[in-house]
Ligand binder design. Structure first.
Ligand SMILES: Cc1cc2nc3c(=O)[nH]c(=O)nc-3n(C[C@H](O)[C@H](O)[C@H](O)COP(=O)(O)OP(=O)(O)OC[C@H]3O[C@@H](n4cnc5c(N)ncnc54)[C@H](O)[C@@H]3O)c2cc1C
Length: 549
C-alpha cells in the first residue's frame, strides 16, 4: 500500500526535531538578552535561523524489508498500521539527543528503520516478535521518542515498533491494591487524566511528561520531578508483561516476594534490548493537590544549601516530593531570566548578604494528607532556618512549576541561534557531591563563552542527582566534532570523579562506550548473558545499545 499522503506542513526535518509545542519558536526575551550579552551576539545573528531544518524529508536508503516480509507484518497489524514512507521512517530514526537534532538540521537520517509498525494488542506484539526472530529482522521499540541517549536509532534497519498509536490505554484501576494496569504506550497526560478522575495519581512527572510513555519510563529507568517523594520508576513498577524472542514473561502482582530474584526487574532499564514491555502494573497514590505545601528558600552559598538539603532528607520527619537546589550560576540565570535581577526585592536580598555568584535557591513541595504536609513543611522550614536559609515564600516554586515542562521548548529556538545546548545528569553520594560539582563546573568553564546551570534534584538519604545544562556557541562548520569532544570530556570528568554514568536518562548508544569502564568486565558479562538468553538472534534494539549489543 502507498503511504498516506501527508500535508506539506508535516514533511520537514523541523517537524521531527522540534520539541514541545510546535508553535513555540522564540527564545524568551530575557533569556535572549542574556545570551546576546554573554555570547556577544548582534541583532543580525539572532534574526537568522541557523540550519532551520525546514526542508522536505527525503531518504536515500530505500526500505530494506522484502514484499513477503511486509505482507506478513501487514497480515498481523493491518495495512494501515505499517508505514514505509520517508517521513515516517525518518521520524522513527531518532530521539532528542543533541547530535540527532544536529543531523536533522543537516538533513541527515543516518539510521532509519525500514518500516514503522503500530501494533494494537499484546498478542499482535507476540506474533511480531516471533516472526522477526525467525526472519532476523531487528526491532526497535519506540514510545514517545523523547530518548536523549541515541536509544532509538536503527543502525541495522528493521522495524520501529510504534507503541504510542494504539497501545495507549488504562486497562484497570485497582483501588483496593492501589495499582493501575496500563498498556505500555500510554503517555503521561493520558495516564494522569484517567487516574485523577478516580482520585489517584501516578506521581511520575519527568520534564518530558507530555510526550513520553510508561514503556519508555520503565525502559530508561526514568525519574520524575517529584521522585524524592514518590521514587523512581524502579520503585513504582509492581509487575510487567513482556514479549521477548525467548517467549512471554508475565509477572504477578504481589507487594513483595522471596522467590529468587524478581525477573521483571531485569527489564527496568533494559532499553528495549531484551523484549517489548506490553503492559505494566504500577503503584498509584492519592490525588490531593489542594493539600500540597510549597516553600522556596535562599541560601548565601551553595554549600549551605547542600548541607541543609542533606539534613532535611536524613532527619526522618517525612520527605518532600519535589526537592531541588539551583547552584549559584543557575540561581543567577533564574534571577535574570525571570526579571528579578535588580528588582527591589533583589536589592534587599543583596543588602542582607545573599550575593550574586554565591547565593542558591531551594524549592520544596510536600504532597499527601493535609496534616502531614503541614507538619513536614514546618519541620523543613525549621531545618532550613537553622542552616541559614531564608524563606522567600511559595511563589518562586509555584512559578517554577508553571513552566516545568515548557522551559524545555526553548532548546530548538536556541539551536536556531547557533547555540549548542545539552544536558547531562549523574548520581552522586553526599560525600562526593561537591567534588563532582566542582570538577564538572571547572571543566565546562574552561570553554570560552559558556553558560552552565547545575541543579540538584531527586534526593536520597545517601546522595542525590546532579543535573547539568550547558549552552555555548556552536563552532560553525565543525559543530558535530566540537560537541563530541566537549561532551566526551564532560562525561570523563563525571566518571573520573566518581559520578554514575546516568541517574535517569539511561545509557543508549551515546553513553555505551563508558559502560564497561563503569561497571567492570564481570558485570558486563552478566548483562550480555541475560541478553543472549532473551534475544539469541540479536534482534532487540541491536547495534551498540548499553555496550552489550
Ligand atoms: C525535554 C526533555 C526532558 C526530559 N526530562 C526527563 C526527566 O525529567 N526525567 C527522565 O527520566 N527523563 C527525561 N527525559 C528523557 C526521556 O524523556 C526519558 O528517557 C523517557 O523515559 C523516555 O520515554 P519515551 O516514551 O519517550 O521512550 P522512548 O524515547 O521512545 O524510548 C526510550 C527507550 O525505551 C525503549 N522502549 C520504549 N518503549 C518500550 C517498550 N514498550 N518496551 C521496551 N522498550 C521500550 C526504547 O527502545 C528506548 O530504548 C527528557 C527528555 C527530553 C527530550
Amino acid at each position: 500500500m502507498k503511504a498516506k499522503k501527508r500535508t506539506g506542513m508535516n514533511l520537514t526535518y523541523r517537524q521531527i526535531l522540534k520539541w514541545g509545542d510546535k508553535r513555540e519558536e522564540e527564545v524568551d526575551p530575557l533569556m535572549l538578552k542574556l545570551i546576546k550579552e554573554k555570547f556577544d551576539l548582534k541583532d543580525p545573528d539572532v534574526r537568522l535561523k541557523y540550519l532551520s531544518g525546514l526542508q522536505e524529508v527525503k531518504l536515500e536508503k530505500p526500505p530494506g524489508l522484502n514484499p513477503l516480509q511486509l505482507d506478513f507484518l501487514r497480515g498481523i497489524v493491518g495495512i494501515e498500521n505499517i508505514m514505509t514512507d520517508d517521513f515516517s521512517r525518518a521520524k522513527f530514526s531518532c530521539g532528542k539527543f543533541y547530535t540527532e537534532l544536529l543531523d536533522l538540521r543537516f538533513n541527515l537520517i543516518p539510521n532509519p528503520p525500514d518500516a514503522v509498525v503500530s501494533p494494537k494488542s499484546h498478542d499482535e506484539i507476540v506474533r511480531i516478535v516471533g516472526y522477526c526472530n525467525n526472519e532476523k529482522i531487528p526491532i526497535v521499540p519506540a514510545g514517545g521518542q523523547s530518548s536523549v541517549t541515541g536509544a532509538l536509532q536503527a543502525p541495522l534497519g528493521g522495524i520501529a515498533l510504534d507503541m504510542m498509536k494504539h497501545m495507549n490505554k488504562v486497562l484497570k484501576i485497582n483501588p483496593s491494591n492501589k495499582t493501575v494496569t496500563v498498556q505500555a504506550g500510554i503517555s503521561g497526560p493520558a495516564l494522569e487524566d484517567e487516574l485523577n478522575r478516580y482520585g489517584f495519581s501516578c506521581g511520575h512527572f519527568p520534564q518530558s511528561f507530555e510526550y513520553s510513555t510508561v514503556g519508555g519510563w520503565i525502559s530508561a529507568k526514568g525519574a520524575g520531578q517529584a521522585s524524592t517523594g514518590y521514587g523512581k520508576m524502579e520503585d513504582m513498577v509492581v509487575a510487567l508483561k513482556i514479549a521477548t524472542p525467548a517467549g512471554v514473561i508475565e509477572t504477578k502482582e504481589y507487594p513483595r516476594t522471596a522467590q529468587g530474584w524478581d525477573i521483571f526487574r531485569l527489564f527496568i532499564g533494559s532499553e528495549g534490548t531484551l523484549g517489548i514491555i506490553t503492559e505494566a502494573i504500577l503503584n498509584i497514590h492519592n490525588y490531593r493537590p489542594q493539600n500540597t505545601a510549597y516553600a522556596s528558600f535562599i541560601f548565601k552559598s551553595f554549600g549551605q544549601a547542600v548541607t541543609s538539603m542533606q539534613k532535611i532528607i536524613q532527619s526522618e520527619y517525612g520527605r518532600p516530593h519535589l526537592f531541588r537546589i539551583s547552584d549559584p550560576d543557575e540561581t543567577d540565570i533564574a534571577f535574570k531570566t525571570k526579571g528579578f535581577d535588580n528588582s527591589l526585592s533583589d536589592k534587599l536580598l543583596k543588602s542582607l548578604g545573599f550575593l550574586p555568584g554565591k547565593r542558591s535557591l531551594m524549592f520544596v513541595s510536600v504532597e499527601g494528607d493535609k496534616d502531614y504536609t503541614r507538619f513536614v513543611l514546618k519541620k523543613i522550614k525549621g531545618t532550613a532556618r537553622k542552616g541559614k536559609g531564608m524563606y522567600i515564600g511559595k511563589s518562586p516554586v509555584k512559578k517554577w512549576l508553571d513552566q516545568r515542562y515548557s522551559s524545555a521548548y526553548m532548546r530548538d529556538p536556541l539551536m536556531d541561534l547557533g547555540i549548542m545546548t545539552d544536558t547531562l545528569e549523574t548520581s552522586v553520594t553526599w560525600e562526593n557531591l561537591l567534588k563532582v560539582w566542582s570538577a564538572t563546573h571547572a571543566y565546562v568553564k574552561q570553554r570560552p563563552k559558556t553558560l552552565l546551570m547545575i541543579h540538584i534534584s531527586h534526593v536520597y538519604e545517601s546522595g542525590a542527582n546532579l543535573y547539568l545544562t550547558f549552552l555555548s556557541p556552536m563552532e560553525k562548520g565543525n559543530e558535530r566534532n566540537d560537541f563530541a569532544a566537549f561532551h566526551k570530556g564532560l562525561i570523563d570528568t563525571i566518571q573520573e570523579n566518581g559520578g554514575s554514568l546516568s541517574h535517569h536518562h539511561g545509557v543508549g548508544r551515546v553513553l555505551a562506550p563508558w559502560m564497561e569502564r563503569h561497571l567492570g568486565k564481570t558485570s558486563m558479562a552478566v548483562l550480555r548473558a541475560v541478553r543472549k538468553h532473551f534475544d539469541p538472534n540479536n534482534i532487540m534494539n541491536p547495534g551498540g545499545m548499553l555496550g552489550i549489543s
